[in-house]
Write a protein that binds this ligand. Structure first.
Ligand code: PLP
Length: 320
């Protein structure tokens, strides 16, 4: 397999352990992989991707990194935190839509003193053009990281994560992860094919992009990068989006409440709450046997939880 340079940014391996209360509640063995505890800012899945992406930027001599996402993007915040640590400049060119008062990840961007530009478009091609334009204006070369860090190089971080899980030595029948821009799902499905061949990976989709096309596309490119000759698996997808991307769902909020009350673990409204709701839904539908081991990949996102407006709810959410 081809080898790619990685920056050392996170604390790995992240903790992995069984959740006794939730296992009891759901009638199967539920485990958690705490990539939220990977040690940079509020943690999360983007750090594994950025270890590859920023090493690539550095190797090629870039000292200005730009990325994009929503106003509350965990990925953008973590890109800034990681780039700054590596002594590179970072500018965030974010979507204007959904911008709130300075809350959640925006507080962290503000404290880091990152230059944040908001652009009034939903089209990423226009945003990447804007990055080039700003770069030319500044007379600097720009290393552009795509939304979510979800290209083939970034996805290698989750191939590593699957190897890390295999090295832990516990067999898992199922793994559930959130899928927002597809890189984590691609790395996890391809990584499982290589290192956890008996584990079924379920990608819980938190937006309505065509992941049946996007995820295999990233996997094909990642396999090519690695120089491995594998059959590209068909990803198993579950729709947990609810009312829309980044709009909290009732099911997701109930899952957040359950995880916090029963295990003291914080999930978020945009990704991990909805993904965990998908796991609960599967368990309730009888998809897991009592003796099965089901691993939930906690991809982080705590910052976003504190950007939500929780006023006006009388009782806290509950799962039916
Ligand atoms: C970005 C993100 C995801 C989704 O990962 P993708 O690789 O973009 O699909 C899941 N959880 C959190 C907290 C995220 O920030």
């Amino acid at each position: 397999m081809n080898h790619f340079e990685k920056a050392s940014l996170g604390i790995f391996p992240t903790p992995l352990y069984r959740l006794p209360n939730i296992s009891n509640d759901l009638g199967t063995n539920v485990w958690i992989k705490r990539d939220d505890l990977c040690g940079v800012a509020l943690g999360g899945n983007k750090v594994r991707k950025l270890e590859y992406l920023l090493a690539d930027a550095k190797r090629q001599g870039y000292d200005l990194v730009m990325t994009t996402g929503q106003a509350q993007s965990n990925h953008a915040m973590l890109t800034a935190a990681c780039a700054l640590r590596m002594g590179m400049d970072c500018m965030l060119v974010l979507k204007k839509r959904g911008i709130t008062a300075r809350k959640g990840n925006q507080i962290l961007n503000y404290l880091m003193g990152v230059d944040v530009r908001y652009v009034d478009t939903d089209r990423y091609d226009e945003i990447y053009e804007e990055m080039d334009r700003i770069g030319r204006q500044m007379g600097r070369r720009v290393y552009k990281i795509p939304c979510g860090g979800s290209n083939a190089l970034g996805s290698l971080g989750y191939i590593d994560c699957m190897k890390e899980i295999a090295d832990f030595g516990q067999h898992f029948d199922h793994l559930v992860c959130a899928c927002g821009s597809g890189g984590t799902a691609a790395g996890s499905v391809l990584g499982a094919k290589l290192y956890l061949p008996d584990t079924q990976v379920m990608c819980a989709m938190v937006d309505d992009d065509p992941f049946d096309v996007i995820v295999p596309h990233i996997m094909r490119e990642a396999a090519q990068l690695l120089g491995v000759d594998v059959e590209i698996p068909v990803p198993e997808l579950l729709d947990v989006c609810g009312p829309g991307y980044s709009i909290p769902s009732e099911e997701g909020n109930a899952a957040i409440a359950m995880m916090l009350r029963r295990e003291g673990i914080v999930l978020d409204t945009c990704y991990t709450g909805k993904a965990f709701a998908g796991l609960i839904r599967q368990a309730r539908a009888g998809a897991y046997k009592p003796e099965d081991n089901v691993l939930f990949l906690h991809t982080g996102g705590a910052g976003g939880l504190f950007a939500q407006d929780w006023e006006g709810t009388e009782t806290s959410p509950r799962f039916a």
